[in-house]
Structures are given as C-alpha cells and as structure tokens.
Design a protein around this ligand. Structure first.
Ligand code: GDP
Length: 486
C-alpha cells in the first residue's frame, strides 16, 4: 500500500471542505494551504451554513477592520465615551495572556462570539500573538493596531470599573426592569468582559440572554478569558439556533474554529515540517504523548509507569520482552514501525521510553522510535523562541494519529481539536501517587474543556448544573467541575 509509505495523502483537500477561502498569497503563509497535506485524518466536514457565516464574517472584517473609515469612526466614538444608536460596526478585542494553549482557546472563543454577534474580532498582539500565526482573514488584519485609545487594556481585571460585572453591580447598567434594555445613548462606548478564573456572578451574567441584549448595544467590548468559553455560549438561548445550524456536530466546534483560524507562520511552519519529515513521516503510525508537568520535579516514576501501562494496555504501543535478543527477522520492518513523539518540558520520560524500546525487543516485532522536539525545562513568559517551539509542538501533536495526554491542559486540548482526535487521557492519581487503575480512558469528545463555567441559571436565577438539562454538554473527565461539548 503506497499510501502507507507516503504518509502525505495525495488526495488532500487543501481547503478543508471549504472552511478556508482560496486566493490568499501562498508565499506569505505556507502552512495555510499545505497543512492538509500533512494530515492523515482529513477531519470533519464543516456545514454549508458555517462556511457561509465565515465568508460573511471575512467581509465584515474587511469592511470594518483597521484602516477603514468605519474603524476610525468607531475609535472616535470610543474616545468620546458614548455609545450611539445603531453603530456602523461593533468590535471585540481579545486580550492574550497566559500560556499559548490558553491564548489560542481565548482567541477561538472570542472569534465564535464575534461571528454570533456580528462583531469584528481584534486580537491583542502581545505575548507573541503577532509572531506565531498568519492572518486568518483575507486582505485585512486581525491584530489590534498600536495606539488603541484604551491604553491600559491589558491591565483590566476583576476590579476594573468598566467591567460589565461591576457596571451591573453598581447599577450603571440595569437589566432587571422586565427585560427592558437601556437605550444606546445611556450606555458607555465600551465595556470590559471579565471571564477569568476569578469572574464574579455578575461577570458571568455575560452568559445570560438579557445581558447579551444590553451588550449588543455597546460598540466596543474588551474580553479577558484564559478559557474555552464556547460551551457557555451554547447555554445562551439567543445563540442556540445559530450554533445548532453552524455546528450540527457539536463535538467539532473547536476542530473547525482552530483549523480555520490558526495557521502557523512560515518560521513556525519550518519547525513543524522539518521535524515531521525527519522523524514522523516514514512511520506507519504516529503516536503523540503530551506530558504536562508543573513545578521543578524533573521526573515521576509513577507517571512513567502510567504512560507505559496506558499505551500498552490500550494496544497503542507494543509490550517489550524480557529478552534483549532480537526475536524477529528484520523483514518488512518499516511497514510495522511506530513513531512516538513525546512533548514535555522535561527530557526524562522521553529518555526512559526511548531506552526501553532500544534495550528490549517488542513482543510484536514492531519497531518503535521515540522522539522529543525540545525540553524547555520550565514555562517561559514572553520569550519568542520558546513560544515558537511550543506552537510547533502543539501543531506536531495535531499531526499524529493517536494522542495520549495528561489532561487538564489547554496545550493538549488545542492539539486534539486540530487533529480531530479523541485522546486517551491519563487519570489523575487519587490515591497518593499510586498509578490509577485503569491508567487512562478515551475522552468523550475532542472538544476542549471549559474549566470555569458559570454555575448560575439565568432564568431560574439560582445555581443549577447545566448538564442536567442539556444533553450535549457534559462535565469533563479530567476536570469534573468543567463543561464540554460532546
Ligand atoms: P496549559 O498550561 O497546560 O493549559 O497549556 P498552555 O499552553 O496554556 O501553557 C503552558 C506553556 O508551558 C506552553 O504554552 C509552553 O510555553 C510551555 N509548555 C508546556 N508544556 C510544553 C511542552 O511540552 N513543550 C513546549 N515546548 N512547551 C511547553
């Protein structure tokens, strides 16, 4: 079978079923039209409605984006401080902070909100967001240009007076009068939407219908989240019909948003393709193992045991024999090879796995090659080459056929979504450091988990578990308080 020897599928659909638009300059962003060629798993098909929404949104970004008359008018309005009735264009600025996985999920969430509400998405260029990806929208920019009038927007926090939550709490904005929403002239020109881990109950009113009707009349929103808030958007009644039509397969929301938005720039794409071609391309099967470690501890023998038990019990990797003698003839070796790519801040797990498959024969005769692109030791903030590597590794993980992850990591979530793969998630040990039994399980869907969902039911005005009413939203296996689409 030739396709096994040539892993780059020849019949790849470079536009992902119409998700991407043709006609971009190819030189400035090789990954945009090349990435499909590297994917064994062509993934889910986007719905025709999603495709039409994306095309309309691209037109909106062009019509209202930086450099247009509409954009200058909106900036003037922001400086004047007052909202106007029916503004020409409305905007959402997504603040980029924390790790790369967090930043990607935040931008994807803000984008979906922008599509649902007809706002222009502008991404805060800080923390390397302008250094990693190509422009997703043709003939315009998604990066917030320098000179934004709200000079301190990256410092906005739960205490910011202009946050939606604080304006509701301080009765600057009232929503309670029988569903009446304030006239645009009574509203400020901007509001800050705080959906971070410390969001208050009022901040989380963002996920309520009445509050969305108010927010609709505010020209500028600035949003901070480090989470994948999309499951929360599925709880807002007004968005439900649109979301249902855009995403008939609800477990593929980030899969499509991620493949649409995040194209590594040429530098990162060089890191991805050189690594892929050197270490992964020739293997019959590629297995990605994402080991997210925190703190200074260089290794944990229990976690290594969990990785080997999980991969061997689930038949992802072969067992090794006690003997060190070769037991199989070397015939057709290449056709039986597996390439394992470990991503981790530390090198120890990779070294142990590599030694294990070097020093022992496998029970099946399969050849197992183990690789790790980098070991950065700890998470660096604001370091360019570090972020380039992290971005390349997330993307490389997304090109593997099977994923094993340590769970609760946005780094892994992005990889699984881009890949279109349900990962094997290693359970957190509950009994001290003992390896859990079973060591891992298949995730219910490839969607990221929303770690800090609202716990407030807008209609009942009290706490309620949304998984009780909504069949396609479940708690996450790796974070039981979180919510995910299935
Ligand atoms: P999360 O913290 O696991 O949810 O993932 P994030 O991506 O948001 O933040 C973790 C950050 O630590 C990454 O963005 C990288 O900067 C770094 N990091 C963690 N694991 C790895 C890894 O396996 N490889 C590389 N290169 N960086 C990593």
């Amino acid at each position: 079978d030739l396709s096994l020897l040539h892993p780059r599928t020849s019949h790849h659909d470079r536009l992902y079923g119409g998700l991407l638009v043709d006609g971009f300059d190819t030189e400035s962003c090789h990954s945009r039209y090349q990435s499909a060629m590297y994917r064994r798993n062509s993934g889910r098909r986007p719905s025709p409605y999603l495709i039409s929404k994306l095309r309309r949104h691209e037109a909106l970004q062009r019509r209202c984006g930086p450099g247009t008359a509409a954009y200058s008018n909106a900036l003037d309005q922001l400086k004047s401080g007052k909202s106007v009735a029916s503004p020409e264009c409305t905007y959402i600025v997504s603040i980029s902070y924390r790790g790369l996985g967090n930043r990607i999920l935040a931008a994807a969430s803000a984008f979906l909100y922008a599509v649902l509400t007809g706002r222009v998405l502008l991404v805060d260029p800080s923390n390397e967001m302008d250094e990693l990806f190509c422009e997703p929208f043709p003939n315009t920019t998604w990066l917030l240009p320098p000179g934004f009038p709200l000079t301190n927007y990256t410092d906005f926090s739960v205490n910011t007076t202009e946050s939606y939550g604080n304006m509701v709490r301080n009765k600057v904005i009232r929503t309670d009068a029988a569903g009446d929403v304030p006239a645009a002239s009574q509203l400020p020109a901007f509001s800050y939407v705080h959906l971070d881990h410390d969001a208050t109950e009022q901040d989380n009113f963002f996920f309520c219908d009445d509050d969305q009707r108010v927010l609709r009349n505010i020209t500028w929103l600035v949003m901070r989240t480090d989470s994948y808030i999309v499951p929360g958007l599925f709880l807002v009644d007004t968005f439900q019909e649109e979301l249902d039509t855009m995403f008939p397969e609800r477990d593929a929301v980030f899969h499509h948003l991620g493949r649409y938005l995040f194209h590594p720039n040429n530098h990162v794409w060089g890191l991805v393709t050189r690594y892929y071609d050197t270490y992964l391309a020739a293997a019959r099967q590629r297995i990605g193992i994402q080991v997210r470690v925190f703190g200074a501890q260089p290794f944990s023998p229990e976690l290594l045991e969990q990785i080997t038990t999980c991969t061997q019990r689930e038949g992802l990797l072969p067992q090794v024999l006690a003997t060190r003698e070769p037991t199989f003839l070397p015939a057709s070796r290449a056709a039986k090879s597996k390439a394992v790519m470990v991503t981790c801040l530390k090198p120890w797990y990779y070294e142990e796995l590599k030694s294990m498959y070097w020093e022992h024969a496998t029970a099946t005769g399969e050849v197992v090659a183990v690789h790790q692109p980098s070991h950065e030791e700890y998470q660096h903030f604001g370091a360019r080459s570090h972020d380039h590597k992290a971005c390349a590794e997330i993307y490389l993980l997304s090109l593997t056929d099977v994923l094993v992850t340590t769970g609760r990591s946005t780094f892994g979530y992005v990889a699984q979504g881009l890949a279109g793969v349900r990962p094997w998630v290693m359970y957190k040990p509950t009994n001290g450091s003992e390896v859990p039994d079973p060591p891992c399980g298949r995730d219910v869907s490839m969607e990221p988990c929303f770690h800090m969902p609202p716990s407030y039911d807008c209609r009942l005005k009290q706490w309620r578990d949304p998984t009780k009413d909504v069949p396609y939203i479940q708690h996450c296996d790796d974070a039981f308080w979180g919510l995910k689409l299935v």
